[in-house]
Write a protein that binds this ligand. Structure first.
Ligand SMILES: Nc1nc2c(c(=O)[nH]1)N[C@H]1C(S)=C(S)[C@@H](COP(=O)(O)O)O[C@H]1N2
Ligand SMILES: [Mo]
Length: 396
């Protein structure tokens, strides 16, 4: 355990709260004071530990000051405890089968024979930010760190499928990886995409992240990339692609990973959706990254507020920023544009002239006008959260 992700002020604040509780005959003094539990896994720096079997690791927010998330800092999420820890590349093949003209078994060299493509894309877990749902919902209690921005390199799924030849009457492509469940009762993690979606130009079978082979925990040796859509479809350690003639509705497509079938993907808190559809593209989001929540800064000094914004495959048109809790807003300057799937940095110079507490907020709008609401939406699985985020800082 470590306290390195808490500012001194946070630490004192937390300790103060615990001491007060302890004085009331409540908690042991060290229960929360030590901050989030950290762990170091192979090829990873110290990250926030959610669970260790299967590995689930969250990225601390300060990492997002960087436009590209380093490989060793990218979050990790697996569903099943039997994950690959070693892959013999002499044996590994990507198998393509089902309703195709010609079954394929591609080695890594075969895969690298297709035309190479590369782009930067946000990877975000469908459950990112779930711990901020009100009322709370079951499932992994992620903060905001189940996301990252990575440059992916690989080949087009479309080119591989063209070689295999999808036969008439095909409906879905199902994707399976090398992981498996320790108990036969737990369904294998298999995800599917409708044929039309799977054959879009930008769907990638990636073998590199930020110019290096994928880390084992992020899906070595190859994974699917569905840019703009939640990472649940980005099947890691890909081993099998099967073309189906029926809608693929096994556990991880139904009942898991579904959202209410309406415009907001939401229902009133506590309600059960009447009809659901598989989760798909990401909502528009933005965050204040620097300064971090709870920081104290000096009066009369120019600060550059900085953050990030992204949307489900649409560029960010603008980001507006408020330093007075949403009463007034100004437009931020946007940073380097790395394409519609990447996040973009925003910058907002500000010189606080008075001491006190300030609530800083940001709100992004994408190229087709989708934006962020002040009010939080709700659904029972804790997906799609994209309300306006705020942080509080002190000027002294
Ligand atoms: N084979 C396999 N692929 C998978 C998963 C999994 O459990 N097994 N989880 C998915 C989910 S829900 C997420 S959020 C991302 C996480 O990717 P990362 O671990 O590289 O961050 O992988 C996706 N691909
Ligand atoms: Mo996820």
């Amino acid at each position: 355990m470590t306290i390195r992700d808490l500012t001194r002020r946070d630490f004192l604040k937390t300790t103060g709260a615990i001491t007060a509780a302890a004085a009331l005959g409540g908690l042991p003094t060290d229960l929360f004071a030590s901050g989030p539990r950290m762990a170091t896994f192979p090829e990873k720096r110290e990250l926030i530990l959610m669970t260790s079997r299967p590995p689930q690791l969250e990225t601390p927010m300060h990492i997002f000051k960087e436009l590209i998330t380093p490989n060793d800092a990218l979050f990790v999420r697996w569903h099943l405890a039997n994950i690959p820890t070693y892959v013999d590349m002499k044996e590994w093949r990507l198998k393509i089968g089902g309703n195709v003209e010609k079954e394929l078994q591609l080695s890594m060299d075969d895969l690298k024979g297709y035309e190479k493509i590369s782009y930067t894309a946000v990877i975000q877990c469908a459950g990112n930010s779930r711990s901020f749902f009100e009322p709370r919902v079951a499932g992994g209690q992620w903060g905001h760190g189940a996301m990252g921005n990575v440059t992916w390199t690989g080949v087009r799924l479309k080119d591989i499928m063209q070689k295999a030849g999808i036969k008439a009457g095909s409906v879905d492509l199902a994707f399976n990886g090398l992981d498996s469940a320790p108990l036969p009762k737990v369904p294998d993690f298999v995800k599917s995409l409708p044929v039309d979606k799977a054959l879009e130009d930008d769907i990638m079978v990636a073998f590199e992240m930020n110019g290096k082979p994928l880390t084992m925990l992020n899906g070595f040796p190859a994974r699917l990339i569905v840019p703009g859509w939640y990472a649940t479809y980005w099947v890691k350690s890909l081993s099998d692609i099967t073309v189906t003639t029926k809608v693929f509705e096994e556990f991880w497509m139904k009942p898991a990973y579904r959202i209410p079938d309406n415009d907001c993907g939401c229902v009133p808190p506590g309600a059960t959706p009447k009809k659901t559809v598989p989760i798909n593209k990401m909502t528009t989001r933005s965050f204040v990254i620097n300064p971090s929540d709870g920081t104290t800064l000096s009066k009369g000094k120019l600060i550059e507020l900085m953050g990030i914004a992204f949307s489900g495959g649409h560029s960010i048109r603008d980001v507006i920023v408020s330093v007075d809790g949403g009463k007034t807003w100004g437009e931020a300057k946007l940073g380097q544009d790395k394409g519609k799937y990447s996040w973009i940095q925003w910058f907002y110079p500000w010189k606080p002239e008075m001491t006190g507490s300030y609530t800083i907020m940001c709100r992004a709008t994408n190229a087709i006008g989708d934006s962020q609401a002040i009010e939080k939406l709700w659904n029972p699985a804790g997906y799609l959260l994209n309300s306006v985020e705020k942080i509080t800082i002190t000027i002294s």
